[in-house]
Design a protein around this ligand. Structure first.
Ligand code: AKB
Length: 342
């Protein structure tokens, strides 16, 4: 009898340990994920795919975009997100458990093509949410500081406040946040999102945004030691370095769902700066750097309708958001990386 027990004990222990290990991994959020990323060739997507592949394995991250990509770097599918059936078929084919929906036009481009922006930003979003509902997927899509408008409190903009944007992009973002909430309450889809500030990166340049100047200024500082900005002096907007933005997605997606009150979407914030603040930070490394102004009225008007800085307390309290990079730390890293790249 005792011999039987001792023979069985190691088996019982190892089985129990396996279950405990698996439970602990799930609690820690280290469950194996299979993720479909739309808009994977864009500014966020191109870096997010690399980061997710490092975290979850190359074959577990399916990159997709309307522009053809390099399949040899990992699984890639060409998709137009306004084609809901194609999106569904790709998600089903790869048996994904998560969709990160990034495909969208940014603010300035949306203002130039409002109908196209509505069709792509809202049509793509509802298609992606339908796929998440039908296949029971976890869902992430970014909102933006663009969801706010001129009547929103400008400084330390609260998580919940007036949202009356005056741009098509902003209309899309507010409607998108509400739509994600709707799919959560109505169908139980695990939707999560953040309101991104302007994102700054040395890897993939942005396109069609209002905050793009904050990326261009670094490229031109390294190339020509001078830059002419289209945003006026004294115009503050929230900005963030890409590593903080990527880290925020992973942290939010791995967060305990019971703690998420605001879901769609959290204010996150790192740097509140105007063009002259970037110039001052750059001059600590390139003393002769010169900044000139040639203001673009369209993008200036958009910028003036957005907050100066967001209050990210809810994100910090509900899932531990924290930014690592301030303006000086980001500037040092951007310039160092761009010098190597150019
Ligand atoms: C844009 O400028 O359109 C984006 C954003 C702040 O959402 N970078």
């Amino acid at each position: 009898m005792s011999a039987n027990i001792s023979r069985q004990t190691p088996y019982l222990f190892s089985y129990r340990h396996l279950i405990e290990f698996a439970a602990a991994e799930i609690v820690r959020g280290n469950v194996m994920k299979k993720i479909l990323v739309t808009g994977a060739q864009g500014q966020i997507g191109s870096e997010l795919v690399t980061t997710l592949r490092q975290q979850y394995g190359t074959t577990n991250v399916i990159a997709s975009d309307i522009r053809a990509g390099q399949a040899e770097e990992g699984p890639f599918e060409t998709i137009d997100v306004t084609d809901g059936k194609a999106l569904y078929d790709i998600a089903k084919k790869h048996n994904v458990d998560t969709i990160m929906h990034l495909a969208a036009l940014l603010s300035a481009e949306a203002e130039a093509n409002p109908k196209l922006a509505w069709d792509l930003n809202m049509g793509g979003l509802i298609n992606a949410l339908e796929v998440a509902k039908d296949l029971n997927l976890q869902f992430f899509t970014p909102s933006s500081i663009g969801a706010f408008g001129p009547t929103t409190p400008k400084k330390r903009t609260p998580q919940e406040t007036i949202m009356r944007p005056t741009t098509m992009y902003g209309v899309n973002k507010v409607a998108g946040e509400l739509l994600c909430d709707y799919y959560y309450y109505r169908y139980g889809v695990d939707t999560r999102g953040v309101r991104y500030p302007g994102l700054i990166s040395y890897v993939t340049p942005p396109g069609g945004g209002t905050t793009d100047y904050a990326v261009e200024i670094y490229y031109e500082a390294v190339r020509k030691q001078q830059y002419t900005t289209y945003i006026a002096s004294g115009t503050y907007m929230d900005m963030m370095y890409m590593p903080d933005a990527l880290h925020a997605i992973i942290k939010l997606m791995e967060a305990d769902p019971d703690k998420l009150v605001h879901r769609n979407a959290y204010n996150i914030s790192a740097i509140s700066a105007a063009p002259e603040d970037f110039a001052k930070a750059i001059r600590k490394h390139i003393p002769d750097f010169e900044l000139a102004y040639d203001v673009d009225p369209v993008r200036q008007q958009i910028a003036e309708s957005w907050p100066d800085s967001l209050d990210s307390t809810a994100a910090a309290q509900e899932w531990g958001f924290e930014a690592e990079y301030d303006l000086d730390k980001m500037t040092a890293d951007m310039l160092e990386k761009l010098r190597v790249k150019q």
